[in-house]
Write a new protein. Structure first.
Length: 352
């Protein structure tokens, strides 16, 4: 006669982990939705709830995302529980939306030892609170230069996401899906993460070693090794521009050959292309930091006031000072737009 055994009682299921989404004004909808739907689908694929979530705002009121849709918050910033994860959902104008009350709350909650994540520009909030000092972190590529200028204690990466201890940051966009799949795989196994990826038709999962931006050939639509090498060198040397002759020589080209390459593939000279890169960095710094216009110019490779202002106006149709003023930044510490207030000389000649 076969021996029968009584089934052992099942262990009590663990309580779902709660994610506290802090919706900043003008947050990026795509990033927030990507994170939220990964949690929802993980619950569905698993068959039992692994996660639950709440959406809060700094004052408990409604929050509009950068696309204009308005979300009703579940309440104001809460006192978190053991095991909760906080996700700061950032987007546009993150500096203006980062309040002292939010920073104080975040520092207090960080002392509880839980995991805190910054999505898109949410990394800026974590850095302002001092929570990323000596941590590897990332932020959207458009904010990379301004972030690096302001937070030199952060180990800034260009990866799609970064996970360092109990600090998580991601670049925003679809990168948040990669970050969430990594978290799900860590906590509940790679099979569940793969199941979630299948549900969202996500076939190329990236890791924290993958970089945000496309390669230079992909971005410019040209596959030419030496041209890509020169452009990469330009992007790495904005503050102290390298002369076209040196760029050409280091790539094994003559200056005339380099000129022809840029004209053929990019319809502009090397000097003009380099100038556009520098002005783009200057504009990012003007709009995203409180750096003085003079320091912005220096960080972008300019030493002459008239040249910087002239080039900026030609590119963007306004002066650096008006650009700064139009976006509501304080100009109390700015020097007047007079050549005598600047360093004499120019480091790079004209930009055509």
């Amino acid at each position: 006669m076969a021996r029968t055994t009584s089934p052992r009682p099942n262990a009590a299921p663990a309580a779902p982990q709660r994610i506290v989404f802090v919706l900043m004004p003008d947050f990026t909808l795509l990033s927030h939705a990507g994170a939220l739907d990964c949690l929802r689908i993980a619950n569905r694929v698993n068959g039992t709830p692994l996660y639950d979530w709440t959406m809060v705002s700094c004052d408990g009121g409604d929050v509009a995302c950068s696309a204009g849709a308005v979300f009703r918050a579940d309440g104001p910033l809460p006192e978190t529980r053991h095991g909760d994860m906080i996700m700061i959902c950032g987007g546009l104008d993150i500096r203006e939306h980062t309040t002292k009350a939010l920073i104080s709350w975040l520092r207090r909650e960080a002392r509880r030892g839980g995991t805190i994540a910054g999505i898109c520009t949410g990394a800026y909030v974590l850095a302002r609170a001092g929570l990323l000092d000596n941590h590897r972190a990332t932020i959207h590529w458009e904010n990379h230069e301004s972030f690096a200028e302001e937070f030199d204690a952060v180990l800034l990466s260009k990866a799609v996401f970064a996970h360092d201890g109990n600090r998580l940051t991601c670049a925003g966009g679809t990168a948040v899906i990669d970050m969430m799949l990594s978290l799900i795989a860590r906590d509940h196994g790679p099979d569940l993460a793969a199941g979630v990826a299948d549900q969202v038709i996500y076939t190329a999962i990236r890791t924290d070693q993958d970089v945000q931006r496309l390669s230079v050939p992909s971005r410019i639509g040209v596959r030419h090794g030496k041209l890509s090498q020169v452009i990469r060198r330009m992007e790495e040397n904005i503050e102290e521009p390298v002369s076209p002759s040196v760029l050409a020589a280091d790539a094994g080209l003559s200056t005339r050959q380099l000129e022809r390459l840029f004209r053929r593939y990019l319809a502009r000279s090397p000097k003009r292309y380099y100038m556009e890169l520098r002005l783009q960095k200057a504009r990012n710094l003007l709009l995203q930091t409180d750096m003085s216009v003079i320091n912005v110019a220096l960080a972008s490779g300019f030493a002459s006031p008239s040249h910087f202002s002239k080039c900026y106006r030609a590119q963007y149709g306004t002066t650096p000072y008006r650009e700064r003023g139009a976006h509501g930044a304080s100009r109390a510490a700015e020097a007047p737009e007079e050549p005598g207030e600047w360093l004499a000389g120019e480091i790079d000649g004209d930009g055509e």
